[in-house]
Design a protein around this ligand. Structure first.
Ligand SMILES: Cc1cc2nc3c(=O)[nH]c(=O)nc-3n(C[C@H](O)[C@H](O)[C@H](O)COP(=O)(O)OP(=O)(O)OC[C@H]3O[C@@H](n4cnc5c(N)ncnc54)[C@H](O)[C@@H]3O)c2cc1C
Length: 318
């Protein structure tokens, strides 16, 4: 039977940002409710090894880290509910409460909301991409570059992210191929200059990935089949790792026309805060961050959002 829940703080999304907000919110006695969506734990659920989340001397597993965060949030009093938000009413309040509807038919009424719905990397759409994520295919050089010390890698894309990823990977890889389907890059000129000057980077122009070559035991990438879009010729490039850098898509469809988004669909926040265009609604993690996109920065902004929500709620009482 459909239920109605009333809360001071509703958190939408259960990645590092959402769980951290829940921990801080619960410890501030706000009895937060966190709605997990379809991926409780968020993006790190599909990650094998994490070496850059502070506090662990050895690599840890993504699902394990997220289970610890969920348990910590529960232990301090957050209520975690496996349900997905289908509709939000952020521009109108009834008796000081925002209304949020979910897939299970329930209604949540909240005095404040933290949006932490994350973002998704855009993929090429090849079957092998899904099978080999974490086994030679990645969408995050900062996260996984370290695993390719002394190896040959390819970055797919031609924008700022692709160029940044390629430059970052030169700190680890023996050689980096940047593969772009056009004959010029969209990245800023200064970034392009750095790229061109770097002896560890070669650019393969006018080329698209036709197939990913891999071994199954253990699963690992061995190369790429490329097609030149001008000549139509196919070629093979031996490679140990592939970084797809064709952009990210923030999960903000629900909030379109309700809250200010930037031209790429990320939630706009007031600089140095997690405040959105609607008082009482805060945004944390990848849904508002196209620069860093890391678990630790998502967790940090989740903390900020909970502290700001607590201050907002206190101001209502005056
Ligand atoms: C393969 C991979 C490896 C990575 N490795 C690392 C790494 O080693 N180190 C690192 O620091 N970072 C890594 N990252 C990046 C890191 O995972 C993200 O920066 C981080 O997860 C962002 O956290 P978040 O809380 O903002 O969002 P997410 O983790 O994206 O979580 C979003 C949450 O929102 C929920 N949600 C979405 N829509 C709805 C809805 N309608 N209703 C309710 N809930 C909803 C989802 O179910 C999910 O729980 C990696 C990312 C990927 C994809």
């Amino acid at each position: 039977m459909a239920e109605i829940f009333i809360t001071d703080l509703l958190i939408i999304g259960a990645g590092p940002a959402g769980y951290t907000a829940a921990i801080y919110g619960a410890r501030a006695n706000l009895s937060p409710i966190i709605l997990t969506g379809l991926q409780p734990g968020g993006q790190l659920i599909i990650t094998n090894e994490i070496e850059n989340f502070p506090g662990f001397s050895n690599a840890i597993q993504g699902p394990w880290l997220m289970e610890q965060m969920a348990q910590q949030a529960k232990n301090v009093g957050a209520k975690i509910i496996n349900d997905t938000v289908t509709e939000c009413h952020l521009q109108t309040k009834t008796k000081g409460l925002f209304t949020v509807l979910t897939d299970m038919g329930n209604t949540y009424k909240a005095r404040s909301i933290i949006i932490a719905t994350g973002a998704q990397a855009r993929w090429l759409g090849l079957k092998a991409e899904e099978e080999l994520q974490g086994y030679g295919i990645s969408a995050c050089a900062t996260c996984d570059g370290f695993f390719y010390r002394g190896k040959q890698v390819a970055v797919i894309g031609g924008g700022n992210t692709a160029v940044e990823e390629a430059l970052y990977l030169t700190h680890h890889a023996s050689h980096v191929y940047l593969i772009h389907r056009r004959n010029s890059l969209r990245a800023e000129k200064i970034q392009q200059d750095r790229l061109m000057k770097n002896p560890k980077i070669s650019i393969i122009w006018d080329s698209v990935v036709e197939d990913i070559l891999a071994e199954s035991d253990p699963p690992s990438v061995t190369g790429l089949t490329l097609k030149n879009v001008i000549t139509g010729q196919s070629s093979t490039l031996p490679i140990d790792g592939i970084f797809i850098a064709i952009g990210h898509k923030p999960n903000t469809q629900l909030f379109q026309n309700q809250i200010d988004l930037d031209e790429e669909g990320y939630i706009k926040t007031t600089s140095g805060t997690t405040k959105t265009s609607i008082p009482g609604v805060f945004a944390a993690g990848d849904v508002q961050d196209k620069t860093y996109r890391q678990a630790i920065t998502a967790a940090g902004s989740g903390c900020m959002a909970a502290l700001e929500a607590e201050r907002f709620l206190s101001s209502l009482e005056k």
